[in-house]
Design a protein around this ligand. Structure first.
Ligand code: ADP
Length: 266
């Protein structure tokens, strides 16, 4: 089955959505909402995969630092998700857009019936011009926030699964770094940005270090896994910096930005 040419999944990480203090980065959320609304006005279908719930929730609950205990993380996720959706609803609302919240767990996609229902829900929302905003259901699932495997790795993998489920044309992963480098640029001044990657193998994984910021959790490894899944299904994946969301205009205009993981022919 082919992809939907005008359908784009955009994933935004915690490090882009929050500032150094762990508060919401309102400017970025506002610019992201404006840019995505404008791109939708150009005829694109947009799905936003957004993290940040635990960090924002922890701040709102006045916790001294990011919680480490599972039950407190899940409580923070419940508070932060509400705050995030409130902000998106407000900012997208300025541009006359309706948003919808979809919370998912890995098991939901493993189950055929749930998967089909989910795909139908996305179709119905997009058909109505609504922008679905997706996050892991952290208050229910513990795998994502606790397991070593980090099944969805701060939503990187989740965004790939959603892009495949919705047969999107592009997956854009907005990060706190300009793209994928030949080594971790936070550790190596000589690191070079890789503009295009045709295939992902063990040597590519060997170039990805751990997560960079205290607020981000996925690092480049989970972005590579996400790119691997999506490109195998004919979806182009772009990893680029989310500090200025207007970069999304360049992407829809086909300009070179960040790192492109080229879609495989399917
Ligand atoms: P996000 O919240 O945007 O997902 P992460 O902190 O999870 O952010 O992942 C991005 C970080 O991965 C970068 O800031 C960088 O320090 C780190 N990193 C490790 N290896 C690489 C690499 N080869 N290229 C780019 N970034 C890398």
């Amino acid at each position: 089955m082919g992809v939907n040419r005008n359908r784009i999944v955009v994933k935004v990480g915690t490090s882009t959505l929050t500032n150094e203090l762990g508060n919401s980065n309102l400017r970025t959320v506002e610019e992201l909402s404006l840019t995505l609304s404008d791109i939708q006005n150009k005829g694109y279908e947009i799905i936003l995969v957004s993290s940040g719930a635990i960090a924002i929730g922890a701040q709102k609950m006045h916790l001294a630092e990011k919680p480490t205990e599972l039950r407190m993380k899940q409580a923070a996720a419940a508070v932060g998700q509400c705050e995030n959706m409130f902000l998106y609803d407000k900012f997208f609302g300025y541009y006359n857009k309706t948003v919808a919240q979809i919370l998912l767990n890995a098991d939901d996609i493993g189950d055929e019936e749930k998967k089909e229902n989910l795909a139908n829900t996305f179709e119905a929302l997009l058909e109505q011009g609504i922008i679905p905003i997706v996050n892991e259901n952290d208050s229910v699932s513990y795998k994502e926030i606790e397991s070593d495997e980090k099944i969805f790795g701060d939503n990187d993998m989740l965004s790939a699964v959603v892009a495949v489920l919705c047969r999107a044309d592009k997956l854009v992963i907005l990060s706190d770094i300009d793209g994928f480098y030949d080594k971790d640029p936070r550790l190596w001044k000589t690191a070079k940005l890789m503009k295009r990657i045709e295939s992902i193998d063990e040597t590519t994984y060997a170039l990805a270090g751990g997560a960079g910021s205290r607020r981000g959790t996925g690092g480049m490894r989970t972005k590579l896994q996400a790119a691997d899944i999506a490109t195998a299904q004919g979806i182009d994946v772009i990893v680029t910096n989310g500090k200025d969301p207007r970069i999304l205009y360049d992407i829809v205009d086909g300009k070179e930005t960040g790192t492109l993981f080229a879609a495989k022919k399917v």
